[in-house]
Design a protein around this ligand. Structure first.
Ligand SMILES: Nc1nc2c(ncn2[C@@H]2O[C@H](COP(=O)(O)OP(=O)(O)OP(=O)(O)O)[C@@H](O)[C@H]2O)c(=O)[nH]1
Ligand SMILES: [Mg+2]
Length: 342
């Protein structure tokens, strides 16, 4: 075979110096570099990730939001001013922080919702939550259907909903079943056992198992769902998560000194419960699932499954409306403002 040596940098302007030899020259295309390109683009654009906390009043939702922002997710890059006492949440509110690590930017938004369950009649208490989730899909859809649509549509869709279960040690309550059944159809739910410090280790294990049975018996779809596993590797990882769901979490907004280190924890008369210590509770597992291992998958499932279902339904509705309009009003009349349809 003829030995060919070529200085790549001489022939291809902009390429860094490198030598491709012999057989390589004809076989090598450089496809692997696409990964670098993608990485650079994603780093520039950054990520948006939206989490929502939902559950009965007083279960520690607002506390967990603070825990998340004060824990290792963001300790380095932002110093939230949360010293004031957490009070009852009365309206839906979102807290955002741009977190930067090794040049990758992420805008993490947590939507805190007022707890339900303290009214005499709790019928339809899921409606404000369902409405909020759908409104975000609608916003995205409208942006997508604009003639001059933005290059990057701002994404306010809820990528994950953390559902708080009271640590009763019994079974799921009817209200939790009803709530999750509805929510599971439109958003990825990750159920957690709130205030897990009130359960012993045996109680916790037993309660977790009962909840898993209850979820399956009631056909409640929680994240990660079996049918969306992409391959065998995914299945192994996700099976492990499915076996340990719901995570038993403890929240706090206070830091304490333990062996000379500052740790997030709850101080009791008999010791400190360290929130980020895997031996004490499963907050770290929840955080790792959300941020470290499944962030992109949660975004993909939201876009490809939940948003897609919403989009198809809305567009079908609009088509039906269009057919009913004799004289032909512009397509998607009820979806778009007039400026967008021209
Ligand atoms: N024991 C224990 N108490 C907790 C935990 N998390 C929060 N709390 C306490 O529970 C109380 C209620 O916490 P919040 O975070 O306000 O609860 P919430 O779910 O946001 O309540 P609403 O805003 O009414 O829906 C506070 O006194 C917290 O200190 C926990 O993990 N364990
Ligand atoms: Mg609250």
């Amino acid at each position: 075979m003829v030995e060919v040596t070529m200085e790549v940098s001489e022939r291809v302007p902009g390429l860094t110096a490198g030598v491709i030899r012999g057989a390589d020259l004809f076989g090598y295309v450089g496809i692997e570099a696409v990964l670098d390109q993608m990485r650079r683009k994603t780093m520039k654009a950054g990520f948006e990730f939206n989490i929502m906390v939902v559950g009965q009043s007083g279960l520690g939702k607002s506390t967990l939001v603070n825990t998340l922002f004060k824990s290792k997710v963001s300790r380095k890059s932002c110093t939230p001013n949360y010293e004031e006492k957490i009070s009852k949440t009365v309206k839906l509110q979102s807290v955002s922080h741009v977190i930067e690590e090794k040049g990758v930017k992420m805008k993490l938004t947590v939507i805190d919702t007022p707890g339900f369950g303290d009214q005499i009649n709790n019928e339809n208490c899921w409606e404000p939550i369902v409405k909020y989730v759908n409104e975000q899909y609608e916003k995205y859809l409208k942006e997508e259907l604009h003639v001059n649509r933005k290059r990057r549509i701002p994404d306010t869709r809820v990528h994950c909903c953390i559902y708080f279960l009271p640590a009763t040690g019994h079974w799921l309550r009817p209200i939790d079943i009803e709530f999750m059944k509805r929510l599971g159809k439109i958003v990825s739910i990750v159920p957690v056992i709130a205030k897990a410090d009130t359960l012993t280790i045996e109680e916790r294990l037993e309660f977790k198992q009962r909840i898993r049975q209850d979820l399956a018996a009631n056909g409640i779809r929680v994240y990660p769902q079996k049918e969306y596993d992409e391959d065998a590797e995914d299945r192994i990882v996700n099976d492990r998560i499915r076996e340990s769901i719901p995570f038993a979490v403890v929240g706090t907004d206070k830091e304490h000194q333990v062996n000379g280190n500052k740790v997030l924890g709850r101080k009791t008369k008999w010791g400190i419960i360290e929130v980020e210590n895997a031996a004490h509770c499963e907050f770290a597992n929840l955080r790792d699932l959300l941020i470290r291992s499944h962030l992109q998958d949660l975004k993909d499932v939201t876009h490809n499954i939940h948003y897609e279902t919403y989009r198809v339904r809305r567009l079908n509705e609009s088509n039906m409306n269009f057919k009913l309009h004799v004289g032909g009003n512009p397509l998607f009349l009820n979806l778009l403002d007039t400026e967008a349809t021209v």
